[in-house]
Design a protein around this ligand. Sequence first.
Ligand SMILES: [Zn+2]
Length: 137
Amino acid sequence: MVSGRKSLEFWYYARLATASLPANFLPALFPGDPTMQVINEILAKCIVEHEKDCLKSADELLGLVDQAIAFLRSPGLRPSAGAPWLCQVCCKGHYMPQGPPIQVEQPSAARAKFRVHVCDNVDCHRVELFWKDPARS
Ligand SMILES: [Zn+2]
């Protein structure tokens, strides 16, 4: 339905295109559209081959849908790892990680490290810094 097709073959929502079969994977069908990754994350928990991999209740699905709606109403929020992250300033570019973390000296504390992400839109280049928790490195 989201892709514009009438039906989905079995549980193959994540299939990439092959020589004889079209892609079903929404992020591949709509590259650069972060909403497709959000939809795909819901599909991954609803369209499954094995029952054990499926959500257990409509309440669980409602929770996922509510989270997706909140995310989609707030462009620029960081999606799950690996998904394109839309710039919250220009809403055109995507944040790209830049090299190793940078270190900042603090007079009364240990060095702080930050991960740097820069918007790839040449008219924007917004920078986002994220503290790198030393306990998690
Ligand atoms: Zn930007």
